[in-house]
Ligand binder design. Structure first.
Ligand code: FES
Ligand code: FES
Length: 133
């Protein structure tokens, strides 16, 4: 079996899909390797990720990793969300085939881009906090 049961579950029943009308941080990133696109919506309150939704024009591995990533950051602090790595997301999904590892980077980058957008909207330079995306 190429994909773990958890990957198949998150692909077939992705969590937190859609848009957030009251998002105050929105990030969109593209995967240079395949052209796929991911958009992440965050509702941040008091430094906490109160709600999160995503939309992707991407492959099954991108859908599964984004779904898992949103589950991992929901209710957590912005700092915790910034520390979430694609490796941690893949581990939570019991792994991905090597050719699909690049897909898992989209979610991590989209979260960083959304937090970056949040700081920009607050008038704060996000670069020292979020780093390069
Ligand atoms: Fe995106 Fe394969 S290149 S689905
Ligand atoms: Fe493009 Fe997976 S093949 S994100």
């Amino acid at each position: 079996m190429l994909y773990s049961e958890k990957v198949m579950d998150h692909f077939a029943n992705p969590r937190n899909v859609g848009e957030l009308a009251d998002a105050n941080g929105v990030g969109e990133v593209g995967n240079a390797k395949c052209g796929d696109i991911m958009k992440m919506y965050l509702k941040i309150n008091n430094g906490m990720i109160e709600d999160v939704k995503f939309k992707t024009f991407g492959c099954g591995a991108a859908i599964a990793t984004s779904s898992m990533a949103t589950e991992l950051i929901k209710g957590k602090s912005m700092d915790d969300a910034l520390k979430l790595t694609n490796k941690a997301v893949m581990e939570a999904l019991d792994g991905l085939p090597p050719v699909k590892v690049h897909c898992s980077v989209l979610a991590e980058q989209a979260i960083k881009a959304a937090i970056s957008d949040y700081y920009t909207r607050m008038g704060v330079d996000p670069r020292p906090i979020v780093g390069d995306i």
